[in-house]
Ligand binder design. Structure first.
Ligand SMILES: [Zn+2]
Ligand SMILES: [Zn+2]
Length: 250
């Protein structure tokens, strides 16, 4: 079970220093730093420093490289399961999370000043029903300024992607695109992968009034694998729904 913030994924992102102990070069000092290709953990200011440090760094590097390979194998399965889950759950669930959590209807500015952080973990043993592949860990509203620290390497373009989606949504007269980060854990609860989604909110709906227990609702939906589309369609037919949610998930 993990809570926010998951310290294991908050990267030391700003000042890479050369890993060779006798060298004081760093990114802040203007050196162009390169990541060690083996462990993808430490940086060097150049080949000379990497060579000079190799005898010292080698054992750690090999161990970390093995851990990375193992994680890549595990993540392959995890990402596949996440995509299956997302296909059936995301269209309404992500919208609901962003609307309730960010209170789009009452605080429209929240779309661009905050983002949603959702943490889920794989159910063990993996069920055949894709809706039940994951269990709820937590969901939080977080200041947008913290997003960069949560983004894994390779996902840095997400912020730009999000801004473009936001602009595009507003150009169409819609409410904007909210940011949703999903931390996907293995069943053992280890940090595994972070997925990012801009959630384009095309219209606020009257059903989305501030709701104190919205986190409990999200938890139930995920843990029970509820088919929200069907549930909403049923309510609409029965005339029990006051408003509608229109969104476009990317
Ligand atoms: Zn150096
Ligand atoms: Zn290394």
């Amino acid at each position: 079970m993990s809570s926010y913030p998951p310290e294991s994924i908050v990267h030391k992102i700003t000042n890479h220093s050369c890993a060779f102990p006798e060298c004081t070069n760093s990114k802040l000092k203007g050196a162009s730093m390169q990541l060690c290709k083996g462990c993808k953990r430490v940086h060097y200011c150049g080949r000379d420093c990497q060579r000079a440090d190799w005898a010292r760094h080698k054992p750690k590097c090999k161990l970390q490289a093995e851990l990375l390979a193992e994680e890549a194998r595990r993540c392959g399965r995890l990402q596949h399961d996440y995509e299956s889950w997302k296909t059936v759950m995301a269209p309404v669930l992500f919208t609901l999370i962003c609307n309730y959590g960010l209170q789009v209807m009452f605080q429209p500015a929240n779309i661009s000043t905050k983002f949603m952080y959702l943490s889920i973990r794989a159910r063990q043993p993996p069920p055949s029903n894709p809706r039940k592949l994951f269990i709820f860990n937590s969901v939080e509203v977080v200041d947008r300024s913290r997003m960069v620290a949560l983004l894994q390497p390779g996902l840095n373009d997400f912020l730009q992607h999000l801004e473009e989606a936001d602009e595009d949504s507003k150009k169409r007269g819609h409410a904007g695109a909210a940011g949703l980060l999903i931390h996907v854990h293995t069943a053992e609860g280890e940090s595994a992968t972070i997925r990012c989604n801009p959630v384009k909110i095309t219209r606020e709906a009257s059903m989305l009034e501030p709701y104190a227990d919205w986190k409990g609702v999200v938890k139930n939906i995920i843990d029970d694998g509820i088919n929200l589309r069907r549930r909403i369609a049923e309510k609409e037919r029965a005339g029990e729904l006051e408003g509608r949610v229109y969104t476009n998930i990317q």
